[in-house]
Design a protein around this ligand. Sequence first.
Ligand code: NAD
Length: 381
Amino acid sequence: MTKPRPNVYTNPISKVPAWRRNLNLAYNVTLIRGDGTGPELVEATRRVLEGTGVAFDWDVVEAGVDIMETAGTPLPDNVLASIRKNKVALKGPITTPIGTGFRSVNVALRKELDLYACIRPCKSYVGVRSRYTDVDLVIVRENTEDLYAGVEYPVDSQEAGQIIGMAGGKIRQDSAISIKPISRTGSRQIVRAAFEYAVENGRKKVTAVAKANIMKYTDGLFYEMAREVAKEYEGRVEYDEWLVDAMCMQLVQKPENYDVMVMENLYGDILSDLCAGLVGGLGVAPGANIGKDMALFEATHGSAPKYKNQNKVNPTALILSGLLMLKYLKEDEAAARLEKAVADVIAEGKSVTYDMKPDRNDPTAVGTAEMADAIIAKMQA
Ligand code: NAD
């Protein structure tokens, strides 16, 4: 007997209609290869996802520094059009050169498509080298507001001067300015996404993280909205609050006490890397960017350009992002098989990349493609 599946239309984390699943049609998915080590990681992940037996029809598109030279932009229009059409995308990392005026393609994609919820599970797998063994946390990061909204004015600009004038002596004349917008709408929808994720995944607690003792209006509004939304889930999901600095210490000391954590964009960016460190590093930290009716899946890590074309870096984070995509598509059985295969390969510790070996120079470390092969072989064993 097949396992009953939840009605996808009551599930805010999935929008794939039941008829598509029942007819077993291939999923149309936009595949963004990225740059740096992105193309190698994407290729490994594509093969593993196909190894689950789920059918995909990939629309391969290019974004990032490599396409910049020919297209004149790192984010050509066909990339956004493809994601808008397919509603689901898998993406390799994309480089953001520092201090060049070239804005982050990663941030632009999330903003353009209103992928407001970034979901980053951090889970300990046996065999991953870490100081902790029992971590199972999920960061829900707001993706479109905060200091990442891109409202910035350079030092000595007219706009910066106007704001400095309005601030009544609180800002030095020679300041550059970044604006931190936090809205009722954005706060409510990210907190609701965290609670819905908790309900959907049988999680017990949502913790809101901010710095409302200092930023009384912006972070104060975030807490106010969080408390309002939390009331709707009373009796089903617990709610608590931590200041971001205290939360960092809590996470380092007792990560097992936390479950789902929801926060604004900047705190989410920083705590995602902290939590990735708790479970073995960026090589194993997946992510999903989810909007009202579309989703883009990508690893937490960046393009690791120094390892480009070396078949060296760890594909686990992007493969686990692919696993989140399978769950979004309600391919739960394939997702469970994939997770078991990844967990088994890591636990055996044989066919893993250099970063997962006790000694990073271990000559028995395998490459990106070979680790993917080992995961595929486990699924088919
Ligand atoms: P990074 O995540 O690329 O690398 C940080 C460290 O982690 C490096 O030592 C790297 O070698 C290692 N690392 C990263 N991924 C790994 C993997 N899969 N396996 C093994 N080791 C891995 O961060 P960075 O160096 O700060 O950023 C490089 C570029 O990536 C920058 O331009 C940055 O803006 C961009 N970036 C992109 C994304 C994204 O595409 N979503 C996210 C973060 C950073």
